[in-house]
Design a protein around this ligand. Structure first.
Ligand code: CO
Length: 342
């Protein structure tokens, strides 16, 4: 890297002619819609907002917006889209023009999903299928329907975690979209970054970037109210005979302070249940640096992550609708970590 990790993350997000409010929903291609519904609705307790012949729209108990996951039946499981809400309808064309100027594929859709208006769909320079939208149907919050809540219960969507082989370049790209870096993990010599949290809303992240084979979606992160919600899900999954869905945790990350649980859905898509976020909205917030050699950065309690957590992710769809090809990263966090821990 020509600039050091602290110099790279310190670059200020420039004012943009649009306002991305937050990460909003993920769209997953699943092979068996009924099996996915059992996992997300019956076991995790998501609310069904709408159904079509080949899609289910889900939201958490706190959420007013129509959906935070779209499950779509398809021949091969993949991550179809990572969507962001923008402040106004006018922001859409400004974003479309910016991605067109970068030479990225851009399409404009109208009511492509239940409960939504216009959206701009793009493939970013790193191959990730992104969407920007403003209009989405609203419901009353179910936050205090303690009498009918199920599962954790899952409260709201929180973030995307993306596996990319071009982490430093992607970090600069997200800064140029107006995202702030809040935390990152760098090699001890500050030559490389293996993990970075990028935020628009005043929490730790809307997008996490993880160095690895990509472009792939590592996980969709959902907020729960408290650590006990995560323990409750573990008990419920076990009682229902689904212990194999539990991949990693419960535990606490050093970076992000998340009390976490990683689950794999019936297609292998990874879902993180997450609590422990903190406020990051001050304009002069300094990105928090972690050293890769610090055993507490990924797991505050020191418990190592399983191989699958480092290596497996969901492929994303390319602009022609086929699964996107992937490229290996030039740095292997798991390998470095295992050598450091010997
Ligand atoms: Co996460």
């Amino acid at each position: 890297m020509s600039v050091s990790a602290p110099e790279l993350v310190a670059a200020k997000a420039q004012p943009r002619p649009y306002d991305v409010v937050r990460s909003a929903y993920g769209e997953l291609i699943v092979s068996d819609l009924a099996a996915s519904e059992r996992f997300y609705v019956d076991l995790l307790g998501f609310i069904v907002s709408a159904r079509t012949d080949d899609r289910i729209y889900l939201r958490g108990w706190e959420e007013r917006a129509h959906h935070s996951i779209v499950l779509q039946a398809g021949p091969q499981s993949a991550a179809a889209r990572m969507a962001f809400r923008v402040r106004s309808e006018d922001d859409l064309e400004r974003l479309a023009a910016e991605f067109e100027a970068l030479g990225c594929p851009v399409s404009r859709v109208e009511s492509a999903h239940v409960g939504m208006g216009a959206a701009v769909r793009v493939w970013d320079p790193f191959g990730f299928p992104l969407e920007f939208f403003h209009e989405m149907e609203q419901f009353d919050t179910q936050l205090q329907r303690f009498d009918i809540q199920r599962g954790a219960p899952v409260m709201r969507f929180d973030h995307f975690n993306l596996h990319t082989p071009q982490l430093e370049q992607a970090l600069t790209f997200w800064q140029e979209l107006g995202f702030r870096c809040t935390e990152y993990i760098a090699t001890d010599d500050d030559e490389r970054i293996v993990f970075a949290c990028m935020a628009r809303k005043a929490t730790v992240h809307d997008v996490a970037l993880s160095a690895g084979r990509g472009p792939r979606l590592h996980h969709l992160g959902f907020a729960v109210a408290e650590p006990l919600a995560i323990l409750r899900v573990c008990d419920q999954l076990a009682a229902a005979g689904h212990t194999r869905a539990i991949e990693r945790g419960p535990g606490r990350h050093g970076a992000t302070n998340a009390f976490f649980l990683y689950l794999r859905d019936p297609d292998g898509h990874r879902i993180e249940l997450y609590t422990g976020d903190y406020y990051t909205g001050d304009p002069d917030l300094k990105p928090r640096r972690w050293s890769l050699s610090d055993p507490s950065c990924r797991s505050f309690w020191g418990t190592p992550a399983p191989d699958s957590w480092y290596q497996e992710s969901s492929v994303v769809l390319s602009s022609d609708g086929s699964p996107s090809g992937v490229v290996d990263a030039t740095i292997d966090e798991q390998q470095i970590r295992s050598e450091l821990m010997v």
